[in-house]
Write a protein that binds this ligand. Structure first.
Ligand code: ARG
Length: 461
């Protein structure tokens, strides 16, 4: 008979039993479920709701079940529906009627909310640790490349010169925001729902704070209806994970481009690339592509969670059982991607010469010529037009700005002197952009220093 079978006169249809069982995926929550039950039982004992001896027997029984699950000795039962009832059923089988007292003053509705919150708190911390590792890699690489010049792009057209260090530090900032979003999501996950019961609290004198304390929660929930029907924290995580994936996918896209023969800015280590089954010459950036592709899955998880929760009347509805697979998938995917991505970036080889060469001949210093004229008093809009004409002339003659002689310069503007060649030197162009947040080696070194400080604080705290 089912643990809830009292008011039923016949068994569940076999199809329905398979259909509504969640044990195949929520078994993942066994540790949280048992830890939560142990805290609940201890508190019931302390409050005199059950006897201390009964509480002791329940705790010992649960600990033994935990050990057996961990040792692979337990086979879960689909008929017992989910992880909560599987554990309770095992407990009753082992310690008899005392086991039937565990569920006093509790519902699976507050129990499942507790389990997911405990699970997600751990996963948020692990995701933050993986992001921090990636950031450390970026800081180390950026430090090596504060002088490695490369074209910066807009519209994927060469625009202005930057350094690889500056480019990498852009990603550092994105991942910093990702960590901050996760830290923020953690705060709203860190709320203990037990005591909310099915929806309307309980008549028993529970000590909710002591359960929260034992399980390491910062606070207890303040409305029983909300506590059992809230999955905002899961949606927030999926949203934060979606942004992480979006950032990774942009980086991956650049890695794919940069490792192509057309760019040749980087070469991936053999351990992070794959070959083709037919074309012997190929070395494909599959890892980067797969991460780029998996971004779609995580967006899908976010949409699934949002859609499951849309329009649900308060409080718990069985629809909410659908939260788990999407959340687990978002967690697994983002962690798996970070695990593969960081060493791929760490081991890639940078072709400094190709990057530097790409800054020549593409007019990435045209803005500098316009700035030069503006500094000599020519209104910027006018200067822009003059340089536009110069670029056109260069294209017609097959020359670069560096290759124009002084007569050619002075023909378009008499204020141009010999110092123009200095002004358009790529290294000098970059060094001159010495503004907070700019690409000059000193400015990037400052941002690396700041980044290291921030990172060491979040690791400490
Ligand atoms: N397996 C269920 C879930 O994941 C647990 C809660 C069931 N509650 C209920 N009233 N049927 O949501």
């Amino acid at each position: 008979m089912k643990l809830w079978g009292g008011r039923f006169t016949k068994g569940t249809d076999k199809v329905v039993e398979d259909f509504h069982s969640s044990i195949s995926f929520d078994r993942r929550l066994y540790r949280q479920d048992i830890r939560g039950s142990i805290a609940h039982a201890r508190m019931l004992g302390k409050q005199g709701i059950i006897s201390t001896a009964e509480a002791g027997a329940i705790v010992a029984g649960l600990e033994a079940i935990l050990a057996d699950i961990e040792a692979g000795k337990i086979e879960f039962d689909i008929g017992a529906e989910d992880i909560h009832m599987n554990v309770e059923k095992l407990l009753i089988e082992r310690i008899g009627d005392t086991g039937r007292k565990l569920h006093t003053a509790r519902s699976r509705n507050d129990q499942v909310a507790l389990d997911i919150r405990m699970y997600l708190k751990e996963e948020i911390n692990e995701t933050i640790a993986l992001l921090a590792k990636l950031q450390e890699t970026l800081l180390d690489l950026a430090e090596l490349h504060t002088q490695t010049v490369m074209p910066g792009y807009t519209h994927l057209q060469r625009a202005q010169p930057v350094t690889l260090g500056h480019h990498l530090m852009a990603y550092f900032q994105m991942f910093r925001r990702d960590i901050e979003r996760l830290q923020d999501c953690y705060k709203r996950t860190d709320v203990m729902p037990l005591g909310s019961g099915a929806l309307a609290g309980t008549t028993f004198p529970l000590d909710r704070e002591s359960v929260a304390g034992e399980l390491g929660f910062a606070e207890v929930s303040q409305n029983s209806l909300d506590a059992v029907s809230d999955r905002d924290f899961a949606i927030e995580f999926a949203a934060a994970a979606s942004l992480i994936m979006m950032h990774l996918s942009r980086f991956c896209e650049e890695i794919v481009l940069w490792s192509s023969a057309e760019f040749r800015f980087i070469e991936l280590d053999d351990a992070y690339a794959t070959g083709s089954s037919i074309m012997p010459q190929k070395k494909n950036p599959d890892v980067a592509e797969l991460i780029r592709g998996k971004t779609g899955r995580v967006y899908g998880d976010l949409m699934a969670l949002l859609t499951v929760m849309k329009s649900l009347p308060l409080a718990y509805n069985k629809d909410m059982q659908e939260d788990k697979e999407a959340l687990f998938d978002a967690v697994d995917t983002v962690k798996g991607c970070l695990l593969a991505f960081t060493p791929m970036v760490k081991t890639m080889r940078v072709n400094k010469e190709t990057m530097a060469r790409a800054t020549l001949g593409g007019f990435v210093n045209a803005t500098e010529v316009a700035d030069y004229l503006a500094q000599k008093g020519v209104p910027f809009r006018k200067a822009h037009e003059v340089v536009g004409k110069l670029v056109l002339e260069c294209i017609e003659k097959g020359k670069t700005l560096e290759e124009l002689n002084i007569d050619e310069y002075q023909r378009v503007s008499p204020v141009i002197g010999d110092d123009i060649y200095d002004a358009i030197n790529i290294d000098k162009c970059i060094a001159a952009r010495n503004i907070t947040g700019g690409p000059a080696p000193g400015a990037v070194a400052d941002s690396i220093k700041q980044g290291r400080k921030w990172l060491s604080e979040i690791k400490g705290g």
